[in-house]
Design a protein around this ligand. Structure first.
Ligand code: UD1
Ligand code: CA
Length: 477
């Protein structure tokens, strides 16, 4: 294997020491995460790395990656991207680059923020959310195997893009990276691009970074490191990505949509391999943080967002939105919208049910079409089949809520609660003017307007409803 002239001896002895090699592989690496750029091409008041792909900020994807390869992140932010600090874990190092003067300058700022002098340093951009941990691992191995000081990630991605171009010599070795902005027309046509993730020898980086110079664009390009390494007689290796979408950098909203699509496909495939059935997967969108148990079925046209979990053997969809909610086991959710809610096991809802924040449906609850539940608990086996609104309520077990029942929870100024006891029977078209309580085993007649509490076991009818006799419930057949 060709080893550069320069200071080759120390490197050679280093890489021939399997002891040292093993130490480097297992030793915690650093990851410089560059996220100080302005992101002007996004045309947004939100800084670029906080834009979301697969329901997570771009920067969070990159930080997950650092965690996956066991690298301690040093995150470079600027005044403009300062809000991104909110998604940086407390144990990460944050360095401020002010003003942002290019990716090379950003790495200098990162270097100044850490005491580490040797080992492996990854450099990743905060706008490359599609990069995979396996790829960084492979790059770290290459760095050590080849005794290189710099490993690039490259791919053949055509020439209609702004990626840096890889210039190789006759022997096929990397000589330098040329940015499109400074490339000659011939260089622009080079087929191999820099995907913008690097594994570096930190000790060498410390000597090389100060030698990066501002170029004609007024920026300091990190990519000039390749030429510096070659001039030092050091070795630069390149890892060609099998999947060129991996390095996909997000510069515009068009790129954002493309990265989102790649990540979401990956999320669906991860679930499928773990035992989840998707009927028409391309029609369904699942955020990265969603958990789905094996043997759940996600039918066509679903959107699963945020902190959501779906239990085993549940069927969700077709056409449902589940956001920040827990759906238990063996549930059936059809063409419904569930937000900030909990479904215990064996719950059936839809088609066209709407659960809003704070809805809690205990096991065996059934809820049919055009029903809305908000901030209310429906206890086990309660049924609410058609056209009802239950808000700010506590409904007991085995209650039957007749079609068109409405809790009048809002008096124009304040919200009030409705309580319905176990085994109550609410007649169709009942209006419950909160605060109000219907007792256990009590009933209301069709069309009644309940303004006063109904005692346990009584039947109340009329407008306003009066209790007329004991309620004798027919046993269900
Ligand atoms: C960069 C590479 C290019 C590569 C491409 C891959 C350079 C000079 N060019 O170009 O070769 O093909 O990524 O996606 O590195 N940033 C800072 N401080 C700065 C400037 C940028 O932290 O002063 C951060 C940005 O927030 C961003 C990342 O570095 O997350 C990359 O910067 P960007 O301007 O997007 O570089 P590209 O033009 O995409
Ligand atoms: Ca970029």
């Amino acid at each position: 294997m060709l080893v550069g002239a320069g200071d080759g001896s120390s490197r050679q002895s280093r890489s021939s020491h399997s002891h040292y090699h093993g130490w480097l592989l297992s030793h915690t690496a650093l990851a410089f995460v560059l996220a100080a750029g302005l992101g002007t091409r996004m045309r947004s008041k939100t800084c670029k790395v906080l834009h979301q792909a697969a329901g997570r900020p771009l920067l969070s994807h990159v930080l997950d990656l650092c965690a996956a390869v066991g690298a301690h992140p040093v995150v470079v932010l600027s005044r403009e991207s300062e809000p991104a600090r909110a998604v940086v874990p407390a144990d990460a190092t944050v360095a401020l680059q002010e003003p942002p003067r290019g990716t090379g300058d950003a790495v200098r700022v990162a270097l100044a923020a850490t005491d580490s002098r040797d080992g492996v340093a990854f450099v990743v951009y905060g706008d490359t959310p599609v990069l995979r941990a396996e790829t960084l691992e492979r790059m770290r191995e290459l760095l050590l195997e080849r005794g290189a000081v710099l490993v690039l990630l490259t791919a053949q991605v055509g020439t209609d893009n702004s990626y840096g171009r890889i210039v190789r010599d006759e022997a096929g070795d990397v000589r330098r990276i040329v940015e499109v902005r400074s490339a000659s027309p011939e260089e622009r046509l080079l087929p191999e691009s820099n995907l913008g993730a690097y594994a570096m020898d930190l000790a060498w980086l410390r000597t090389a970074a100060p030698r990066l110079r501002e170029n004609e664009t007024g920026e300091i390009f990190l990519t000039d490191l390749a030429a510096i390494a070659i001039a030092d007689g050091e070795r630069v290796a390149a890892h060609r990505a099998d999947d060129p979408t991996e390095g996909m950098g997000v510069n515009t909203r068009v790129d954002l949509a493309a990265a989102d699509a790649v990540l979401r496909r990956r999320v669906r495939e991860r679930h499928m391999l773990a035992g989840v059935t998707f009927l028409d997967p391309d029609s369904t969108s699942v955020d990265a943080g969603v958990r789905i148990a094996a043997d759940a079925v996600i039918a066509r046209g679903c959107v699963l967002e945020g902190e959501t979990s779906i239990g085993a053997d549940s069927v969700v969809g077709p056409y449902s939105i589940v956001r920040d909610s827990r759906v238990g086991e063996r549930c059936r959710v059809e063409a419904s919208v569930i937000e900030g809610s909990t479904l215990e096991d064996d719950v059936r809802i839809g088609p066209f049910s709407h659960l809003r924040t704070g809805a809690y449906l205990e096991r065996g609850v059934e809820m049919g079409n055009f029903g809305e539940v908000k901030n209310a608990r429906l206890r086990a086996k309660t049924k609410m089949h058609h056209f009802s609104y239950v808000g700010d309520a506590d409904v007991g077990e085995r209650v039957n809520i007749g079609a068109g029942t409405i809790t009048l929870n809002y008096d124009g100024a304040r919200k009030h609660r409705t309580e319905i006891g176990d085994d109550a029977f609410i007649g169709s078209d009942t209006l419950l003017r909160a605060p109000v309580k219907v007792g256990k085993g009590a009933a209301t007649g069709a069309g009644s307007v309940v303004t006063k509490d109904v005692a346990d076991g009584m039947l109340a009818v009329g407008m306003p409803a009066r209790s007329i006799r004991k309620y004798l419930r027919k046993p269900p057949d």
